[in-house]
Design a protein around this ligand. Structure first.
Ligand code: PAF
Length: 284
């Protein structure tokens, strides 16, 4: 039976990391907020291709949730998660509480200048400051050589990649592909909030991305037309409220008007009260 070390404190995690590095291991890190699904497990599988000491964190980070967001109701199932992480072959699971991570006198944040001024950053103004801060802290605690993050949170992946480069972390960041349910819905812990009827409406995100891909592949260059088609399709489903649909540069996230090369199409839609995101790279 595989053995996993469950670690709750920063001091123990740092000492674990030092020992592992001392043995010559490559620490590969998958940061998560728990309630794990096949998407998270695919990050762990990818991780094991790049290192021999897989460390996973589960921490629902309060600083990345805005007022009125789902911090208090975010789904949690630590016992089940521990079993999944253990089976996946992780050697350690770091699962601190908020007091351990932020204490009571916390005042240092990592904020980026430009990347958060797009997409999710517009409707979630403090989100990426919270993400960049906690991931910076987790990198200092877990001391990984490699970290694996999902491309479903495309903007988050860019934010973390930029943070690592700007702050000179000696960590390789790997982006792993989106994992979908058999009907195409991108896997997310928040899918568990959806009623069966909303679950059907949620398929409109992937359908509109696939439709956009077909349009671009058949020569459509006008981003406004592609966005309008996606918007019509999503609005034809009840209980959907579009936050944004964007066609943008995959590195800067600046809007693209005329599609001449690969672009990122990204969208965020509320289905009922559940905010879902999805994205796809479209190539003419
Ligand atoms: O993607 C997530 O689950 C979170 O944003 C992360 C990267 C673990 C930071 O809290």
């Amino acid at each position: 039976m595989r053995v996993i070390e469950i670690i709750h404190t920063i001091a123990k995690m740092q000492s674990y990391a030092e020992k592992s590095r001392g043995k010559g291991n490559t620490i590969v890190f998958v940061p998560t907020m728990g309630y794990l699904h096949a998407g998270h497990l695919s990050l762990m599988k990818e991780g094991l291709k790049h290192g021999d000491d897989l460390v996973v964190s589960i921490f629902v980070n309060p600083t990345q949730f805005g007022p009125g967001e789902d911090l208090d109701t975010y789904p949690r199932d630590l016992e089940k998660d521990i079993e999944l992480v253990r089976k996946e072959g992780a050697k350690a699971l770091f699962t601190p509480d908020a007091k351990e991570i932020y204490g009571s006198r916390y005042q240092t944040y990592v904020a980026l200048d430009k990347l958060p001024d797009h997409l999710c950053g517009l409707s979630r103004p403090i989100h990426f400051k919270g993400v960049a801060t906690v991931v910076t802290k987790l990198f200092n605690i877990v001391k990984p050589h490699v970290a694996v993050l999902g491309q479903k949170d495309y903007q988050q992946l860019l934010v973390i990649g930029r943070t690592v480069e700007d702050l000179n972390f000696d960590i390789k960041i790997i982006g792993a592909p989106i994992i979908r349910e058999s009907d195409g819905l991108a896997m997310s812990s928040r899918n568990s909030y959806l009623t069966p009827r909303q679950r059907i409406c949620a398929l409109s995100l992937y359908e509109s991305l696939q439709n956009a891909r077909r349009l671009v592949e058949s020569g459509e260059k006008d981003a406004a037309k592609i966005i309008a088609a996606a918007s019509d399709l999503i609005k034809s489903h009840p209980e959907t409220t579009i936050d944004y649909i964007a066609v943008c540069n995959p590195e800067t996230l600046d809007d693209v008007k005329t599609i001449e090369g690969p672009v990122l199409m990204a969208l965020a839609v509320k289905v009922g009260t559940t905010r879902l995101i999805d994205n796809m790279i479209l190539k003419p």
